[in-house]
Design a protein around this ligand. Structure first.
Ligand SMILES: Nc1ncnc2c1ncn2[C@@H]1O[C@H](COP(=O)(O)OP(=O)(O)OP(=O)(O)O)[C@@H](O)[C@H]1O
Ligand SMILES: [Mg+2]
Length: 370
């Protein structure tokens, strides 16, 4: 074994860590995961330590085996990241950046000079007088959990009985939502992928289309510049998703995720450098890879847990029907509504691509009989 190849420590062992294994293997980079459980998606197939990411001594012991520590979720307490940094551990992204993916109120405050919805941190529902608005848990939300459209002071009070202090945002009546994935290295090298349109149902992303088909070339350039400027402003290292609302010619930043993201899953086959490989390059301060697309268009569909239990048999029909369709299955328990895999399809006919991906999703969810 060559001694020079570094070890990247990833806190978390879900599907994002799982999809990082293939590029790490190709590059010869060692991965070590801090898993909650040996049955976690990525812990099933690569080196890991089982432990609680909320326990400083556990995380310290883990970090001592790694050359650089990074994350695949936002749940690790900022105090632990700061303690690692004080120990001299290389943590990427740093606590100073990561804060803005953990704390939506801090993010809104920091990005005030960037185009964003108006927002207020509210401790008493009486502080808000115009409705409807969007109320958001300041930390810990995902897949739309922790986000409420509220129509009245009474509704806001009801939500706040659960959450306490909350972030209230102007409701943007957007035309559609995009995400721009960017990567930035300690050297300051930065790249962006083509903006991706994200399509959500019940607060969960179901499909993405890249490049975002409704976005003009001018707006696409503007969105990429915006995401790269945000990356520079907060000094993020690694891959970051900048979720953006598009309304006419206007862009509004929704939120940031500082790790590979669902909006970048299409890059596995759709780009010369996937978001997972780019994240490894960035946190190791290697030169970044080309984010060019490998096809004119890439459509990704999320497979959500449902009634179907045998997820292997559907390969027969779907692989025979669409030989170009690519499958990514996470080996997670198929709890209802949970993301358990995705499919990617590349080509140049958007109608055909979305129809084929939708067929695959319907078939995998059991909405079409075998
Ligand atoms: N200010 C807003 N105006 C209009 N719609 C909004 C606003 N903020 C959020 N939304 C809607 O709610 C969805 C979820 O919000 P947000 O992305 O902040 O939450 P999340 O649960 O952290 O998301 P994720 O699923 O990306 O983890 C957005 O994708 C958008 O559809
Ligand atoms: Mg979001």
């Amino acid at each position: 074994m060559s001694k020079n190849f570094p070890t990247v420590g990833v806190i978390g062992a879900g599907q994002l860590a799982r999809m990082t294994i293939a590029p790490a293997t190709a590059l010869g980079i060692n991965l070590l995961l801090l898993a909650n459980d040996a049955s976690d998606s990525a812990a099933q197939i690569t080196h890991h330590i089982v432990g609680d990411y909320r326990d400083l001594e556990t995380v310290r012991a883990f970090a001592s085996k790694c050359d650089v520590v990074t994350f695949e979720h936002e749940l690790i307490p900022l105090s632990i990241i700061k303690a690692l940094e004080a120990d001299g551990v290389v943590v990427r992204p740093s606590s100073a950046s990561f804060l803005y993916s953990q704390d939506k109120a801090a993010m809104r405050e920091r990005l005030k000079s960037f185009p964003s919805p108006q927002s207020w941190v509210v401790t008493d529902a009486a502080q808000i007088s115009t409705y409807p608005v969007i109320a958001k848990a300041i930390s810990g939300g995902y897949d739309g959990r922790g986000v409420w459209k509220v129509n009245s002071e009474a509704e806001l009070s009801a939500v706040m009985r659960e959450t306490g202090k909350i972030l209230v945002e102007e409701l943007i009546d957007f035309d559609y939502e995009i995400a721009v994935m960017v990567a930035r290295s300690p050297h300051g090298q930065a790249t962006s992928w083509a903006p991706t349109q994200t399509i959500q149902r019940d607060g969960i992303c179901t499909m993405t289309i890249s490049p975002a088909p409704l976005l003009s070339e001018e707006l696409s350039q503007k969105a990429q510049k915006l995401a790269l400027d945000v990356a520079q402003e907060i000094g993020v290292i690694g891959v970051m998703a900048v979720e953006i609302f598009v309304k006419g010619e206007e862009l509004f930043i929704n939120e940031l995720a500082m790790r590979p993201h669902n909006s970048g899953h299409w890059t596995i086959e759709g780009s010369l450098t996937s978001q997972f490989e780019q994240h490894l390059r960035a946190v190791l301060d290697l030169p970044l890879g080309s984010p060019s697309m490998t096809a004119p268009m890439a459509v990704m569909g999320n497979i959500l847990g449902g009634d179907k239990t045998d997820m292997y048999r559907p390969y027969l029909h779907l692989m025979a029907r669409t030989p170009t369709l690519k499958f990514h299955y996470y080996m997670k328990e198929a709890r209802s509504g949970r993301k358990i895999g995705h499919v990617n399809l590349l080509g140049n006919n958007l109608v055909e691509l979305t129809q084929e991906v939708q067929h695959a999703l319907d078939y995998l969810s059991g909405e079409i009989d075998e």
